[in-house]
Design a protein around this ligand. Structure first.
Ligand code: DC
Length: 264
């Protein structure tokens, strides 16, 4: 059974053949959309891990790379965000690890690949936009510190990527989720530059921007200092500092590394 079919089954009760069909339709569309130079015809599909702090450019690079390769881009952060949203809705404390794990076990969190990017479904509802809001962003950071929550997430993420052909991004993909990934990238950038990028992305200025920057710094601190799977580059990751690089420069570097991993 292909890895993705297993994943879709693993995602539970509500999954139906329609989704599988949808997925393969997307995959074949991706295939058609790839430029001729890409290596998607290779029989071996890689697992590519992209980790790093917020604002380093992971999401853009991961999604562009996945598209070029005809791979699936999986944003592991969206899963933490979806769980955080459910905790907000159910009024569950972000500090209550046992309640959060119970909540996770009773949830269906799906990352649905589409041409325009990933959709995130929580118990069948599209929460793609809602999970990007500020309260969920803050909650996701707090929910993700708990070892038992991470254990649940990691197990799901492994199922998702098991068949290869994925670019998975997050904080612990190269260290915990796929320690044997074919390629590990740790994308970093100067904190001030990361904050500025985030401000531009969200088109915010002034006091709101200052508050958002402070929150980003705090989330960074939490990611790097938590006891369970802190944000750190895997020993065998290629570290790319994107501070002075354009998006295209970073992508070109990553593509070169991918090419070295592909047979032929
Ligand atoms: O990448 P993101 O900002 O969407 O992630 C949301 C939160 O989830 C972030 O605070 C860090 C956490 N996270 C994590 O701990 N491990 C991951 N693999 C992905 C995200």
């Amino acid at each position: 059974m292909p890895g993705w079919t297993r994943l879709l089954r693993a995602y539970g009760e509500g999954e139906r053949a329609g989704y599988v069909d949808f997925f393969w339709r997307v995959q074949s569309l991706n295939f058609v959309m790839n430029d001729a130079s890409s290596k998607q015809t290779s029989p071996r599909k890689l697992i590519i891990a992209i980790d790093g702090p917020a604002g380093a450019g992971k999401s853009t690079i991961a999604s562009r790379l996945a598209r070029k390769l005809g791979y699936v881009n999986l944003e592991s952060g969206a899963m933490y965000r979806a769980l955080a949203l459910k905790a907000i809705d159910r009024d569950i404390s972000f500090d209550d690890e046992a309640a959060l794990v119970k909540l996770a076990r009773g949830s269906r969190i799906q990352l649905e690949p589409t041409i325009g990017g990933n959709r995130t479904l929580l118990d069948g509802h599209d929460v793609s936009s809602r999970i990007r809001e500020r309260d969920v962003t803050e909650a996701a950071s707090r929910v993700s510190v708990h070892p038992a929550v991470r254990e649940w997430m990691v197990a799901k993420q492994r199922e998702m990527g098991a068949g290869g052909g994925v670019v998975m991004e997050g904080r612990d993909i190269g260290t915990k989720v796929f320690p044997d990934a074919d390629l590990k990238i740790f994308l970093d950038a100067d904190p001030v530059v990361r904050e500025q990028r985030r401000m531009q992305q969200q088109k915010i200025k002034g006091e709101v921007a200052a508050n958002v920057a402070a929150e980003l710094r705090e989330r960074d601190r939490r990611d790097r200092t938590r006891a369970a799977s802190p944000l750190v580059a895997a020993g065998d990751a290629v570290v790319i500092d994107s501070t002075k690089l354009s998006e295209n420069d970073v992508l070109a570097r990553v593509e070169k590394l991918v090419a070295e991993k592909l047979p032929g």
